[in-house]
Design a protein around this ligand. Sequence first.
Ligand code: C2E
Ligand code: CA
Ligand code: CA
Ligand code: CA
Length: 276
Amino acid sequence: AKARGEGGHQRYVTGMESRAAERSRRHAELRRAVAEDQFVLHYQPVVTLPEGSMAGAEALVRWQHPDRGLLGPGEFIEAAEETGLIVPLGRWVLREAVRQAAAWRTELGEAAPRTVSVNASPRQLQDPDFAAEVAGALAEAGLPAAGLTVEITESTAVGGGATQTNLAAVREMGVRVALDDFGTGASTLSLLVDCPVDQIKLDRSFVPEPGRDAIARAVLQLAQAMDVEAVAEGVETPEQAARLTEMGYRRAQGYHFARPMPADRLSVLEPMIPGR
Ligand code: C2E
Ligand code: CA
Ligand code: CA
Ligand code: CA
């Protein structure tokens, strides 16, 4: 870059180069992480209201980075989507969550989560092999289809390609489909018309506060009218849990009940859930 003229321009070019280099280094690192299985799943219970017992669990991916420790999805999901690495990563998440769900049924019997939820990204659902992969994972683990819930957002559902076919096919098998982040731009009403789902997850920005519970009420009514299960996400306080219960919510998820945790901690959780 030295021959490219006066200093300001040269600095600019150098900055561009290092940003591009940084980006491709990150992408290479992520590619290697996928190849070397540097990921783990943590699980967050979805509980019943008012009892607070575990009804399900959501699988949330983490990257066990060799130098930087355990990284949350905020640090790598976007890059995984940009590079297409979300497809092999998502495939791993699916198989691992299904395997774990089946193992809990064997280990815990009645106390096992009845369904384990995985987040599916748009790229994954556009893949013509998605439904077959779901069927394969269930068969290999011996998990009944209802033991799996696939969480989508609007951007997933309108993703084009084989998306609609995939969603219809997995529902046909008996896999449940949940509409995540409901009420935000990511998931809107029109989607419910085009794309039937089994569960709506009220985004945590609408968890009720005193004097601010209209949306939470309206979403529950909508869910009831459509005969769809409603889950309140991001419940952090006992007051919120009580309010949701009083409104008629029967499912909730959030730090008040339990944080995401490794699979082996979830196995011993049941007696620890507050409110039982
Ligand atoms: P999400 O699907 O909406 O998942 C819920 C997020 O909220 C999780 O963050 C969870 O740890 C956090 N959370 C749970 N309870 C509370 C609470 O009471 N208060 C607050 N403030 N937060 C709470 P996490 O694990 O960092 O995941 C962030 C997002 O990354 C997820 O949002 C999901 O969109 C995405 N993600 C996670 N795992 C996967 C995956 O395997 N595949 C794909 N495609 N996306 C994933
Ligand atoms: Ca591997
Ligand atoms: Ca989710
Ligand atoms: Ca969500």
